[in-house]
Design a protein around this ligand. Structure first.
Ligand code: B12
Length: 322
């Protein structure tokens, strides 16, 4: 869970963090952690009577742990397409049932992936890293990405949501996964460099999206489709993306959005970037953000998952030849 600010004094409600240890978490911290805006939390409170935060002596909203747990569950159900009016009035037990019935946060049975999560949980990191590298070497890049990296990320996220893993486990997981993917991709990326193949793809996330594994997995699949990739890491400001596109003669900007970034921030970010880029440069987006299911600006393509990348690249090449 996001750490709370132990200093309860004088924090304006619109400040980044307002919280008191042991009583509740402030609205800024909780909105950030759950991936909602502060306005949404206030509107729900008025309209549906939930959440019902306590108040600090200064009048700031403070959300106790059980409301945070319910909000986390609510957000995941909304991401899966449920409506606020249907989920907000329900009890936690009812929501858990609903999540189970609709498969939200449920992992497909896979003993090998369960074993990897268990190695993480009990702190056997060397074994965890070794097992990752072994599976990656045995299965090859494409299978490793699709059959291990992607479902394991979801499993680790579900284990965090169920409080069986902590945030530091997620960090250790990400670090090990990045090292494994990069070591597998390096020879391919080096061989592709300077061959003059197109499309040339710039990969990053927008400010506010700190999750970098989705875009790394997309990079692996793009490299396997002979695309020359320029990876900028995460959270690149718009102007830097625009400058890099010009400097590297980029055809496609690929962006990743997890479910944690508020939907409106995703849409606004995409509109601003679209307006700043030349119309010849296409934006491809992917990731489990529900915002990507909305109508996206012209010139922004939602690539639904890692599997379709090969076909989408083939279509791009076909239309570039016309
Ligand atoms: C590792 C991890 C972290 C690490 C990230 C480290 C790093 N350097 O990347 C750390 C610990 C920092 C972290 C922090 C947080 N995280 Co986190 N994290 C994860 C985890 C386990 C994997 C992250 C990831 O990269 N996912 C992105 C990819 C792998 O998944 P995807 O979006 O479903 O995308 C798939 C495809 O669509 C495709 N794809 C993705 N991008 C693209 C792009 C293109 C172009 C294409 C073609 C395809 C494609 O690839 C994926 C493969 O299946 C996820 C669990 C999960 N299910 O993702 C949680 C998860 C994303 N995190 C979550 C949350 C809440 C947070 C925090 C707010 C709180 C926290 N946990 O501390 C912060 C916010 C950070 C921020 N500012 O953005 C939630 C979001 C839920 C929600 N509805 O809001 C998740 C889903 C966990 C959960 N089950 O609740 N996290």
């Amino acid at each position: 869970m996001t750490p709370v600010n132990p200093d309860p004094t004088g924090t304006a409600e619109d400040g980044a963090v307002a919280g008191i240890v042991g009583i509740g978490i402030g609205i800024g911290a909780i909105a950030h952690e759950i991936g909602l805006t502060k306005d949404t939390l206030r509107v729900w409170e008025r309209r549906y009577g939930f959440p019902q935060p306590l108040r600090s002596s200064g009048g700031e909203r403070l959300y106790p742990q059980e409301q945070v747990t319910k909000l986390r569950l609510v957000k995941r159900l909304l991401d899966a397409g449920h409506r606020p009016s249907k989920v907000l009035p329900q009890s936690i037990a009812r929501l858990q049932q609903l999540a189970e019935d609709s498969g939200v946060g449920q992992d497909a049975p896979d003993a090998q992936l369960d074993r990897l999560v268990e190695l993480l949980r009990v702190g056997r990191y060397d074994d965890f890293r070794f097992e990752l590298l072994k599976r990656a070497t045995r299965e090859g890049l494409a299978h490793f990405v699709l059959d291990v990296a992607a479902p394991l990320s979801a499993r680790v996220g579900n284990a965090w949501a169920a409080a069986t893993l902590q945030v530091y486990h997620e960090h250790l997981f990400s670090e090990a996964m990045q090292v494994t993917l990069r070591s597998l991709m390096r020879p391919l990326s080096e061989a592709l460099r300077g061959r003059g193949t197109h499309p040339r793809v710039l990969l990053t996330t927008l400010p506010g999206e700190g999750h970098g594994l989705g875009i790394l997995m997309a990079e692996a699949m793009l490299a396997l489709a002979d695309c020359e990739c320029v990876a900028l890491g995460t959270q690149t400001p718009h102007q830097d993306i625009v400058d890099a596109v010009t400097a590297h003669e980029i055809d496609i900007v690929a962006l990743s959005f997890s479910a944690s970034m508020p939907a409106q921030a995703v849409v606004n970010g995409l509109m601003e970037l679209r307006a700043a880029l030349s119309p010849n440069v296409v934006i491809w987006v992917g990731g489990s953000s529900p915002a990507l299911r909305r109508k996206l600006p012209d010139g922004v393509l939602n690539v639904a998952g890692l599997g379709p990348i090969e076909d989408v690249v083939a279509e791009w090449r076909h239309s570039a030849m016309l």
